[in-house]
Unconditional design. Sequence first.
Length: 297
Amino acid sequence: MRPERSFIADRMAAQHCPELLGPTAPADADLLPSLALLAGRLALTLANGLARLSGSEAPTVRLDAPRALSAGQLGEEATSLASYAVLGIGPERHQVLLTCAADPVFRLVDRAFGGRGTVPNPLPTAFPLSAELLIGRLEQTLAAALQEALGGALPAVPLQRDTRLSQIAPFTPDQTVFELAMAIEEPGCEPWMLSLTFPQATLAALFAGRERKLPKPSTPHAPDPMSEPFASLPITLTAVLVDMMVPFTRLAALRPGDVIPVAVARNVPLKAGERTVATGMIGEFEDRVAVQITTAF
């Protein structure tokens, strides 16, 4: 005997409003503006990072508008040597793809060794060790800049690198990704390009519930010359004791033992490079010629 019973709910199932359910993943239409906000902060933090990397003035970082495309379109135009690196953001290691063509890498390596930024022609089929080391430092610099642009709470670290995108395969071909292209401009040098590619899942995780607001990055400040590594940096100082005109005939007739009377200036300039940092009087201290500073600038 099978009794037939029907169960009726005592009340209707709860249908909570979106505000109670919490933040939802942002739509694709919201990701491009959010990425543009991140790009503005990244331009500043990356410029400062590249200045520390090269030891020169901060370059200008210009960014194109972010664009959405399918992952299958990546690398279609890359017919020559390039470096592809995957960065991981946060504890979940949300993936970001860093792409750098070979030309700027060889240009930076040549400049690092005192050259003018010459690119080998034709390009080799693989990066030499010097280029691999520079690429590694560039990855670390960009990861630190990205972490700072995101507010500093989410660590960004390089995960893997290869010259063939198919070897690391960070995305599936039909996956929606967002590309951010950056042009690095330095005085007297040709601009060079970097690009970051974010999959939809990474941006959704970074921007979910944030209403397209990103933490403000730390305010850049001028380095303190009284702290390391600047404090112990040796600076060559020059003091010109004698600056006088001598006829060529007198110079041609110079012999050992000749005496040339000179007049030492009362205020001798003390220079660091082409800049006068102080003036002083010439004297003697512990059997050595010394400069007593009278004015410091």
